[in-house]
Design a binder for this molecule. Structure first.
Ligand SMILES: [Zn+2]
Length: 418
């Protein structure tokens, strides 16, 4: 553990009054947000002038890539070969023979293997229809390919809105979501987060997955998602210091939104926790799950595994009873006595450990009863940023997207970057 990291752990532990005990903070759900100059709104504008298409990972670790389309131009970069396939064509790439290629290329990271373009601009891959270009990458660490779709940002958003929200929701809710998702995507492009994470050029900006944002194919576009993108084209949220930061959203906050640093490791400039006041009547009012005290003991071992007294904690956990301090939904931390010693642990760690199926949101309370612990909560998702069911309710009430965004992001402003 580096000194700085250690001091950060220590400060966190001391802030919670944990004495020698402090929780493990080494698992980053998001990477630290660095406000490097590229994230200034003017640099972002300049970047988008050069490149207005986003590169989305749509297939990962694939052994054989099959792509269909019409009038395809195929470039194989490693052979410097360009070939044109007139009419309807189905092209296959066998990715299990690429290991040799990688030995010839000594740089780390994936290799751009092939790209496909067509004047129609449509490709079919795994039963989805995609616009734009397709790129096939040879993965470095395994004998397999990644598949990337390079698509204009607005087309990308039109497919995303149906997946991340609902293509039939009111237009103003979809527009609020479009601005939020556009900001998230453009931040990923300008910050080059994925490439920085793998230590070389990743050839894509983000994944189509819950880790980043889920986008779809052409079949997911509706008249409303098209309108939502067109009517907000180029609009993103920026901070009062004119920087672009990741804008998060979730299904349902359950009452109040959370700050990024309450859920992950890092603070993000500009965020505020706000009363939502709208989503509680949408969907289930409450969720409830149960875990055994033994599973909770395992969780505590995990949560404190890198602390200075981890061994002592394991000993305590193996020998002493757990007594929970009565919990309330507003409490950010769980308080539990192990024998005589009081421990406090962030509720968000419980969700990270047990996952979204058992802990649907970060907005819950614990109730211990005999050898079971009930987790009773409200909301769905991490709780940071835009509350989608809240946005739906506001839009149904006639609020426009600008006011919806102002409600959840009061310190941000909307800026048109292209
Ligand atoms: Zn809400």
């Amino acid at each position: 553990m580096g000194t700085l990291k250690f001091l950060r752990f220590l400060a966190w532990g001391l802030a919670l009054g944990l004495g020698p005990w402090y929780g493990n903070q080494s698992f980053c759900a998001i990477r630290p947000v660095s406000l490097v100059p590229e994230n200034n709104v003017n640099s972002v504008r300049a970047m988008l002038k050069k490149r207005n298409a986003i590169r989305v990972l749509i297939g990962s670790g694939v052994k054989e890539v099959m792509i269909q389309g019409r009038d395809i131009e195929r470039k194989i970069f490693v052979k410097n070969e360009r070939k044109y396939f007139a009419g309807r064509a189905s092209l296959a790439f066998n990715c299990s023979g690429l290991a040799k290629l990688k030995n010839q290329n000594l740089h780390a990271g994936p290799i751009l293997f092939a790209s496909l373009q067509s004047p129609q601009g449509y490709f079919s891959y795994q039963n989805e229809l995609y616009r734009g270009q397709i790129k096939v990458l040879a993965k470095r660490e395994e004998d397999a390919c990644d598949v990337v779709n390079e698509i204009p940002i607005e087309h990308y958003l039109q497919t995303l809105l149906a997946k991340e929200m609902n293509g039939s929701w009111p237009l103003e809710a979809l527009k609020a979501q479009a601005v939020a998702a556009r900001t998230y995507a453009i931040h990923k492009m300008s910050d080059k987060q994925v490439s920085r994470a793998i230590g070389s050029d990743a050839f894509y900006d983000l994944e189509s997955s819950e880790k980043h944002q889920v986008s779809g194919g052409l079949a997911d576009v509706t008249a409303l998602t098209r309108q939502a993108s067109k009517q907000t084209a180029g609009e993103i949220l920026i901070t009062s210091s004119e920087t672009i930061v990741p804008i998060f959203f979730h299904a349902k906050c359950g009452g109040r939104t959370l700050l990024p640093q309450e859920v992950w490791d890092n603070a993000v400039e500009g965020y505020q926790g706000v009363e939502c006041g709208k989503c509680e009547n949408k969907g289930e009012r409450e969720w409830k799950n149960v875990i055994t005290v033994d599973r909770f003991r395992e969780f505590l071992k995990w949560a404190f595994r890198e602390g200075a007294g981890a061994n002592t904690l394991v000993e305590l956990l193996n020998n002493e009873k757990l007594i929970f301090v009565p919990d309330k939904i507003e409490n950010k931390r769980i308080k539990v006595y192990i024998g005589e010693k009081l421990f406090m642990v962030s509720k968000t760690l419980l969700r990270r450990y047990f996952g979204r199926l058992l802990v649907a949101s970060n907005n819950f309370s614990l109730k211990a009863h005999n050898s079971e612990i009930f987790i009773i909560g409200k909301g769905l998702g991490h709780g940071v940023g835009l509350c989608q069911l809240g946005a739906l309710a506001w839009a149904q009430q006639g609020m426009n997207y600008r006011d919806i965004l102002r409600h959840y992001f009061p310190d941000f402003k909307i800026e048109k970057v292209y």
